[in-house]
Design a protein around this ligand. Structure first.
Ligand code: FA5
Length: 352
């Protein structure tokens, strides 16, 4: 009797294994087989009913076997489904399906414009120089003839940097500390520490100011500094260079005019205006009806600054200028808010 029950159990187990091995074992099929063989009313449990007539020791022997077969079958079912999942993954990978196209970025409009403007200056023989954005007040102000207590410092209010390690403190002036540079003009001095006239250079770079932002003011923006020093350099040379560059960028119709202005590091100092390219000087909201747009500060390098560069003002003269790159870009592309350039908004950036 015992052997009959054992035979029956082995037969059911073999039958179950055969079914497991047939075709692919998806989740639903696995559940069906579990119910059929291992469920409460499943085939293996059915055999238990026949055990009532067996002796205690025989019942124990059959019970141990039945439980072993049940757990083996469970294991086989699990493995078969896992195997199926693995092969399913292999089969569904089709290398001929086109991949997701990677999103290709582009150079930022500011970078694009800087490259353009620097190409123009390169054709005029200008060298491109870059320098630090964290600057000492000595270079940002003092060496540019902006004394410690001069009200001109208010025009260039900025972010002062605390120096934690006292050993790092700058020693050459007591009141000196670190600032985020407010303009690219300090690079005039830095560049001249390694060069002797004649020089022709431009300095593109980021500058920082303590500003309330609006459509034409940012707390960080780009400038392009220019410096020319040689014998017999005059305002005429400055006008020629600036007019040539603006014509190259905005077209031959562009006119410029210069107005007196004050910057402590130049004498005489000028504001340079460009004829409004939007309305062609008929008067519009961009030029506030004047027909002119203020583009940059410029002037003849101050003798004090030349001396700070260790250049003899009796032998040499020069001119310098500082363009607000962001405002040039706004005009160039017809952008109505400077803040868009720094927003990281892809709807804006994708247009360039
Ligand atoms: C200067 O920074 C001088 N260093 C320029 C200079 C260099 C004059 C050499 C003479 C000789 P100013 O503060 O005006 O000057 O700034 C120059 C240009 O930067 C401005 O004409 C304007 O186009 C731009 N600019 C100034 N402030 C901002 C701002 N907050 N946001 C965006 N652009 C600005």
């Amino acid at each position: 009797m015992t052997s009959d029950v054992i035979k029956k159990l082995n037969k059911i187990y073999a039958e179950a294994l055969e079914e497991v091995g047939k075709g692919k074992l998806y989740a639903q099929r696995r559940v069906e087989l579990e119910i059929k063989y291992l469920g409460r009313k499943g085939k293996l449990n059915d055999v238990f009913k026949e055990m009532a007539v067996l002796s205690d020791s025989a019942r124990k022997e059959v019970g141990v076997l039945a439980n072993k077969l049940k757990s083996d079958l469970k294991l086989q079912l699990g493995q078969a489904q896992l195997q199926n999942k693995k092969s399913a993954t292999t089969i569904t990978f089709d290398e001929t399906i086109p991949g997701a196209r990677p999103k290709i970025g582009s150079l930022h409009p500011i970078t694009q414009f800087l490259e353009r403007i620097m190409a123009v200056f390169s054709t005029l023989g200008f060298e491109i120089v870059e320098d630090r954005e964290v600057e000492t007040t000595v270079y940002n102000f003092d060496k540019l003839n902006i004394a410690f207590d001069h009200p001109a410092r208010d025009m260039w209010d900025t972010f002062y940097i605390k120096i934690k390690n006292k050993k790092e403190k700058i020693k050459n002036k007591e009141e000196s500390s670190l600032v985020l540079r407010t303009h690219t003009s300090p690079v005039q001095i830095r560049a001249m520490e390694k060069r002797r006239p004649p020089v022709r250079l431009v300095v593109p770079g980021r500058v920082y100011r303590h500003e309330a932002t609006d459509a034409s003011h940012e707390t960080n923006f780009y400038q392009l500094e220019g410096l020319v020093i040689d014998r017999n350099i005059s305002v005429a040379n400055m006008i020629y260079v600036l007019h040539t560059v603006l014509k190259q960028l905005f077209g031959d119709k562009v006119k410029i005019r210069i107005r007196p202005s004050f910057f402590p590091f130049v004498e005489p100092g000028h504001e340079v205006d460009m004829s409004c390219i939007i309305c062609e000087q008929k008067g519009c909201s961009v030029c506030s009806g004047t027909g002119w747009l203020e583009m940059l500060g410029a002037g003849m390098v101050h003798p004090v600054v030349l001396k700070n560069m260790k250049v003899d003002p009796d032998k040499y003269s020069g001119f310098a200028f500082g363009m607000g790159v962001d405002r040039l870009i706004m005009l160039y592309h017809g952008i109505n808010d400077i803040r868009l350039s720094y927003s990281g908004d892809l709807r804006f950036l994708k247009q360039f």
